[in-house]
Design a protein around this ligand. Structure first.
Ligand SMILES: Nc1ncnc2c1ncn2[C@@H]1O[C@H](COP(=O)(O)OP(=O)(O)OP(=O)(O)O)[C@@H](O)[C@H]1O
Length: 358
């Protein structure tokens, strides 16, 4: 199963040239700076850009081709689409908006799907509310519910959180993470927020000036030492792991990393919960001897796998193996020379900080 294509679209001052092969399952995030072409590609996937040239197919079904000419119209692509500002029907209440999606369902679904979506998005207490009296986060939850209830074969989300303030974004992100875990509908999600991307993506496509500069599985892509220029500061690994315990005395979550424990600040986290943690290259340092007294909690034995020049001439980037898990580090060229680092060398990595995601 896959969503693959090779599309071009010319606009005054901008051209999209996108070659891609996204999995037909899970969430693919299109990430990139403003104006890099993410929404344009999403619109091409939806069939909203008839001027685009090239080919596009979903699970082997051709949606677009130049020769022979094929262009499957938007309504026949069996999509759910959620835009930045939700686009709810103002004359209908929350239930009316949800029922609209339900009536338009594309394929047969279980009778309990309506109640399931209401429960999953926590909309039960809002059903009779006018959509004009909803917060931005609530509005987007209704928009997502309405799109889901149409039982689409592919869900397209165009920066659904960008028009929402930080507090409401933090409120709605867990619902999106839940959708990703529970639903079997492939999603393509556009954002310029790396934080949203690392919470939601299984697969990621990095956009730069109308092209996909890199694409692949989330952590493997973000931890490439040859990340394209606008993304080099994002060099990191995203590890999906389990909380072993939460240390209430010090407000630290203890996470399983191979045979090791990574301690990460967290206000509370139940044991056994699955979490994602992001470790940035800039927060990892390297030592030959781990027995120095310092404040760093997380020290693991590691083997250097790969070394490369960083964008800044004073720095290098390294990939390291810790119990079968890839980490990345950015250090100075001088430190690299002083420690005589090269592939195969055994060292210790010191993780200065790590961000616990959802
Ligand atoms: N309808 C349009 N007509 C002409 N140019 C457009 C149109 N829509 C977008 N553009 C231009 O196409 C380029 C790509 O825009 P696009 O919206 O795809 O970028 P984006 O990466 O999604 O950005 P953002 O994160 O700001 O939404 C930009 O230069 C934009 O100004």
């Amino acid at each position: 199963m896959s969503l693959s294509g090779n599309l071009t679209l010319q606009r005054p001052g901008f051209s999209l040239r996108a070659s891609f092969d996204f999995p037909g399952r899970g969430t693919t995030v299109l990430l990139g700076p403003s104006g890099s072409g993410k929404t344009t590609l999403l619109r091409c996937l939806a069939g909203l850009e008839p001027a685009a040239l090239g080919r596009l197919s979903m699970n082997g079904v051709v949606w677009q081709s130049d020769d022979p000419p094929v262009f499957v119209p938007v309504h026949a692509r069996q999509l759910g689409v959620v835009f930045q500002e939700g686009r709810l029907f103002p004359h209908l209440n929350v239930e009316g908006n949800l029922r609209y999606g339900w009536r338009r369902r594309i394929q047969p679904v279980q009778g309990a799907a309506y109640e399931g979506a209401v429960e999953m998005l926590n909309l039960g207490t809002l059903l009779q509310r006018s959509v004009q009296k909803l917060s931005g986060g609530e509005r987007q939850r209704v928009a997502i519910g309405r799109a889901l209830l149409a039982a689409p074969r592919l869900l397209l989300l165009d920066e659904p959180l960008s028009a929402i303030d930080r507090a409401h974004r933090d409120e709605i992100l867990p619902y999106l993470v839940r959708l990703r875990r529970v639903l079997d509908i492939p999603m393509v999600y556009v954002t310029h927020s790396l934080e949203e991307a690392v919470c939601l993506a299984d697969h990621i496509a990095l956009f730069d000036s109308g092209e996909i500069a890199s694409q692949g599985v989330l952590s493997a892509t973000l931890s490439r030492l040859d990340l394209p220029f606008p993304f080099q500061d994002d060099l990191s690994v995203v590890i999906e792991t389990t909380v072993i315990r939460w240390d209430a005395d010090y407000a630290l979550a203890c996470l399983q990393i191979g045979d090791h424990i990574l301690r990460v600040p967290a206000s509370t986290k139940p044991a056994a919960e699955r979490v994602r943690v992001r470790v940035c290259a800039k927060d990892v340092s390297i030592a030959i001897d781990p027995h120095t007294q310092d404040s760093i909690l997380n020290k693991f034995p590691a083997c250097v796998i790969e070394l490369a020049d960083a964008h800044h001439p004073a720095q290098v980037v390294l990939a390291l193996d810790v119990a079968g898990i890839r980490f990345v580090a950015r250090i100075t060229r001088l430190s690299c020379a002083t420690l005589q680092l090269s592939p195969g060398k055994m060292v210790w990595i010191q993780v200065k900080s790590a961000a616990l995601l959802i």
